[in-house]
Write a protein that binds this ligand. Sequence first.
Ligand code: C2E
Ligand code: CA
Ligand code: CA
Length: 548
Amino acid sequence: MLGLQFLVFIDRKAAHCSSRSVARGEQMRLMRAGRAARDAAALVVVGIVLFATFEWFNFYETFGAFLREHEFIQLDELLTAILTLGLLGFIFGYRRLRDLQDEVAHRSRAERDVSWIAAHDPLTRLPNRVGLKQEIERLRGSDKAKLPHMAMVIDVQGFRYINDIYGNETSDEILVNIADRLREVFVGCFLFRLGGDQFYAAQEGSQTKDWEKLARRAIKQISVPILVNERHYEVSAYIGMARYPDDAANIKYLLRCALSAVSSAKREHSSEPKWFDPAIDEATAKYAELDKQLRAALKAGDVRPYYQPMIDLTSGRIVGFEALARWRRPDGTFVPPSEFITLAEETGMIGELSDVLFRQACLDAAKWPRTIRLSFNVSPAQFSNRSFGRKMLETLAETGLSPQQLEVELTESMFVKDVQLVSAMLEELRGAGVHVAIDDFGTGYSSLSQLSRLRFDKLKIDRSFVSSFLDDARQAMIIRAMIGLGRGLGMKTIAEGIEETSQAETLQLLGCHQGQGFLFSRAVPAEQASAMLQMTWPTRPEDNTAVS
Ligand code: C2E
Ligand code: CA
Ligand code: CA
């Protein structure tokens, strides 16, 4: 049933794809038919004239008499030979004509195949962007262009990760599987693969509610685990919808509106399909502008690592610095990392951004004493690249920073997808001497289970606990438990977001090893960080003078 529907779809598509060449062929056929009619008329006239002339001169009798009288020159044999040759020539010509017809049919079939290939994605066999463009052109040329239309863009999430980690073969199979599931959902609709992990579905004259229902079904179907080579893979999808004429001024604009809607669904991590919203479209334009600016800033060297000190709570001395990305605009204002790191993660620029930041951070840290550690944040998106660990070690070697001086900070979201693989990659780093810290501890839903499965050198207690534990007995209990947990598992503990002396003092009394926060210093440029190395901060109740 599905196969049949698909074939019908392909045939329809193939016919549309070659519509321009079909029109040209029809023109040629008409021209040839005209020429044949003219030829036939001329031959009839010539035939009548010849017939009349032969009759007038009594041709056969005269010619017969001539042959009989001149038997000695064998004219009749000559004529028989010419007649036989003519007949054979006719048969030969007829057969060549048949060959020519076969050749023409073969060529036009090949031409149709080429147009089909150009308009389809060979992997999923769905029409591609070229196919979509042709379909839009065809629609625009018909009365149907005035009918209401619904459209949606389906953006598959987690696919790039699978591609990076498990390779092309697996991800291709997953894509084919997703395309099949979508075909089952969008029966009677147009379905296209826009490229990468994006699909586009459209339908003439559907109801808003029905279209939403289809979108929800698509999300549900895509998130059912996919079995490839005895292993289950999970992906999800964001969906952005748009309708004509409500949202888009014309059919062509529908895709742009649906793309804008899916971008906002992605930004909001919406598990529900989202309709196009003109107000959000403005936000999308801003987002695209920010993306452009970030690329330019990265090239111009306007994004640099700043350094926030990590303090030993017993001695009050600096034991390391956390590198935090800072984007300084030419007018001196800063773009918050929460904005541009998220953007880079979504657009896939995070790898490039991190490479630049990490190289610079290594160069800066190589100038510090060997006991001072550089702590570097690694985003989950970046960790999905197989060569991530090897690349980090290469940069260390190139910049002359010892792996023992480096610590990577990971958040729990990193381990949700594939603990085994992530832990293998971490072991590669650990094997070289790099320390691994778990960041924002306590904010994710899998903190404890991660601790039981993976080895960390440091546990970073999240700012949210530190800011309130002095006034909130329950938060204080949690912090106490976290510190105990760290000790029990042989990890160092560090509390982030310390803003008051009393917080630092209490944390020190509770046995927390290190602290970080505005109380000590905000993140500062490399030169200031180096100048800070000699400073000591009071962190115990009895010390109440800052020594610098
Ligand atoms: P994070 O890794 O949890 O970094 C700590 C954040 O807390 C930093 O914000 C820091 O400036 C802020 N902070 C430090 N002490 C205090 C304090 O006492 N009070 C308060 N209220 N805040 C404090 P920032 O620099 O805005 O960075 C935000 C997040 O952006 C970081 O959270 C990290 O997840 C991400 N980020 C920053 N730089 C990078 C980077 O180079 N790579 C990656 N992958 N992520 C980064
Ligand atoms: Ca961090
Ligand atoms: Ca943190």
